[in-house]
Design a protein around this ligand. Structure first.
Ligand code: FEO
Ligand code: CA
Ligand code: CA
Length: 636
């Protein structure tokens, strides 16, 4: 649509990147990959938008070098303490980690595998204590090859090991305390909790009880066993944690002989006949041929109250079903709650949910079911720089019985198909989304998409065969009128916003890291970016890690490395204490991938034995607490 019809753009707005690019380059020039031009244009796009833009540059640490090694590293003046490792005790009576006894019984009481999202929830609840709290941690996945000797695949086929894999997934809540500068896990805490692939979880919202979530074990469609592939997440202003279910297709077998009504739904979510995990051998619900509706009970955002260890977690179906990377919550100016979420797969979409009700800052109970009613939207990013937020409302546009949507539940269960029919913009793997609390701008991590062809290039996805990723910046229009106390700037429920390319990844030596994945804003409103290069890490010889990134001032769009993961690991789950003096990060799958000599890592010969560095002990995923030696805020 032409810019003349654009109602979201303030009159004083500077030209968009696309407009500048059109004026300065031929289309051919852009397609040829004028990435340096893009970067500098991105810098100039907001360079004179307001006084706040000219500030910045307040990170004060010397960036790390980019060498990849067996140990983790943190910038000078900071310390990195390994706080919690795979297999460490969580529940009372849990055995200590023993690599010779990785069993379901042990795992169900120990810290799980593949730590990802972390959230620090202060104790007491509602306080801003930064030395005592609950650390809530996702356990995304597992890899049998690195859990037991002799396994060659990601998932074991031995039933007792399948049970251990199921117990290693999910989520942990641990109580942590900082004493004399060091973080400790409080043993036998009354808050300690493990969520696994068999924990009862309530279905809520429009899909609760829907015909397509009813199964033999749960004929009413109200209670699911387990939460799977918990990747990133979010926190709510009323003190709960949101856990995002991502690559749940990895756990289900879709046999060729199944030609029933869910086949297209599951194929669109890349279900396969031979999934990496072979749980269907141990539990029939993971075999689509036997229980075709079970997969419709996964791919949701789960809300957990960490302050009540007896509370049943809840799958909030109003937020849609897809491969949720995360779920980032802001309160809009009018008090409605908005949740942003990316669908982490190539050519998938960016979504936002806007609640019907308003956040009540006083009454926690009043907010309990806020996420059960509202509207889910998906983003269409126009070449003009406009973002259209397209509502996924049953009975409107193409979302009708003629297209197989019999009711609102069908639209939520098949969010991807609904979004595609509405004309959403396919993006280069939308992962984490974070909102700058000072400006209200939204930052969307697009990790990579090597499948994009030159013919498929567009504004927000400007590179073909994109191995390096980029970050989008979306500016909502101003919110007019009095704003709710705890709201962020901008109108996050508005029908349109503006988009801009913030950073093209790919040249870490110049402060542009490749493959942005997770992100977080610190309490001072500064952006931090976690990377996941996948197999490119070994090829590039650059570690994954956590980068501090300027969003304002002359250094806007430039990042510097604070923390480097050990070899094989990706960086996940950055979160801060309220005072900004502790930064938690999750080191996921260290020691996997390639060894320094280029050979494939294995249980017997991992790429590192971080963090224990003991013979016969495998590398272990771990949560690390980063502090500054002078007690100041992390990053200076
Ligand atoms: Fe679980 Fe998108 O990484
Ligand atoms: Ca991720
Ligand atoms: Ca995040």
């Amino acid at each position: 649509m032409a810019a003349a019809h654009d109602d979201s753009r303030p009159a004083e707005s500077p030209p968009t990147l696309e407009e500048l690019a059109r004026a300065r380059y031929s289309r051919r020039g852009i397609l040829a990959g004028a990435t340096a031009g893009f970067a500098s244009l991105a810098l100039s796009r907001f360079a004179h938008a307001g006084p706040d833009e000219r500030q910045g540059g307040d990170f004060r640490f010397e960036p790390l070098g980019l060498e990849l090694g067996e140990d983790h590293r943190v910038a000078k003046g900071h310390s990195a303490q390994v706080l919690m490792r795979w297999g460490d005790p969580v529940l009372e009576g849990a055995p200590p980690f023993d690599p010779a006894r990785v069993t379901a019984e042990a795992q169900a009481r120990q810290f799980g595998t593949s730590n990802d999202f972390t959230a620090f929830m202060p104790l007491p609840r509602g306080s801003d204590r930064s030395d005592h709290g609950l650390l809530c941690v996702n356990h995304e996945s597992a890899s049998a090859r690195f859990m037991w000797p002799g396994e060659t695949k990601r998932g074991s086929k031995r039933s007792e090991r399948i049970a251990a894999e199921m117990a290693a997934h999910g989520h942990s809540v641990i109580e942590v305390r900082r004493e004399a500068g060091a973080w400790k896990v409080v043993p036998d805490s009354r808050y300690a909790r493990r969520i696994t692939a068999t924990t009862p979880i309530r279905l809520a919202g429009p899909v609760r009880g829907h015909r397509r979530v009813r199964t033999a074990a749960d004929p009413k469609g109200e209670l699911v066993l387990g939460s799977l592939c918990n990747c990133a997440g979010g926190t709510t202003p009323w003190g709960t944690v949101l856990i995002a279910e991502e690559n749940f297709e990895n756990y289900f077998r879709l046999p060729a002989e199944y030609q029933g009504p869910e086949r297209d739904n599951l194929t669109a979510l890349t279900f396969e006949e031979t999934p990496p995990f072979r749980w269907y051998r141990a539990d029939e619900r993971f075999d689509v041929g036997k229980e075709p509706r079970e997969p419709n009970r996964f791919g949701w955002v789960v809300e957990l109250d960490p302050y009540d260890p007896d509370a049943t977690p809840v799958k909030r179906t109003a937020l849609g079903r897809f491969k949720h990377e995360g779920a980032t919550v802001v309160v809009n100016g009018d008090g409605r709650v908005v949740v942003y979420s990316g669908d982490d797969e190539v050519f998938q979409y960016l979504y936002r949910f806007v609640s019907s009700g308003r956040h009540d800052p006083e009454g926690r109970e009043a907010n309990r079911d806020l996420l059960d009613s509202g509207t889910l939207y998906v983003a269409r990013l126009q070449a003009s720089g406009r973002v259209d937020w397209l509502p996924l409302v049953w009975g409107t546009g193409p979302l009708t019985p003629a297209n197989g949507f019999a009711d609102a539940g069908d639209v939520l269960i098949e969010s991807r198909r609904a979004a595609r029919l509405l004309g959403a913009t396919p993006l280069d793997r939308p992962e984490d989304v974070e909102v700058d609390p000072r400006t209200g701008r939204i930052y969307v991590m697009l990790t990579n998409n090597v499948l994009r062809t030159p013919a498929q290039i567009d504004g927000p996805n400007p590179r073909a065969f994109n191995a390096e990723g980029q970050i989008l910046e979306i500016a909502p229009p101003a919110f007019s009128g009095p704003r709710a106390d705890d709201s962020v700037p901008g109108h996050h429920g508005a029908p349109t916003s503006r988009w801009n390319l913030f950073m093209l990844g790919g040249d870490p030596a110049k402060g542009r890291p490749a493959n942005p994945d997770n992100a977080v804003f610190d309490p001072r409103g500064r952006l931090w970016i976690a990377t996941d290069q996948g197999s490119n890490q070994a090829r590039r010889g650059v570690p994954d890690g956590l980068w501090a990134c300027e969003t304002r001032g002359p250094e806007r769009g430039r990042a510097r490395l604070l923390y480097a993961c050990p070899r094989g690991a990706e960086m996940c789950g950055p979160s801060f204490t309220p005072d900004g003096r502790t930064l938690f990060v999750a080191v996921q799958h260290p020691g996997q991938g390639r060894r320094a000599d280029g050979s494939a890592a294995s249980f017997a010969r991992p790429a590192t034995r971080w963090p224990d560095f003991a013979a016969q002990r495998p590398a272990r995923c771990a949560v690390v607490a980063i502090t500054r030696d002078d007690g100041g805020v992390v990053g200076g």
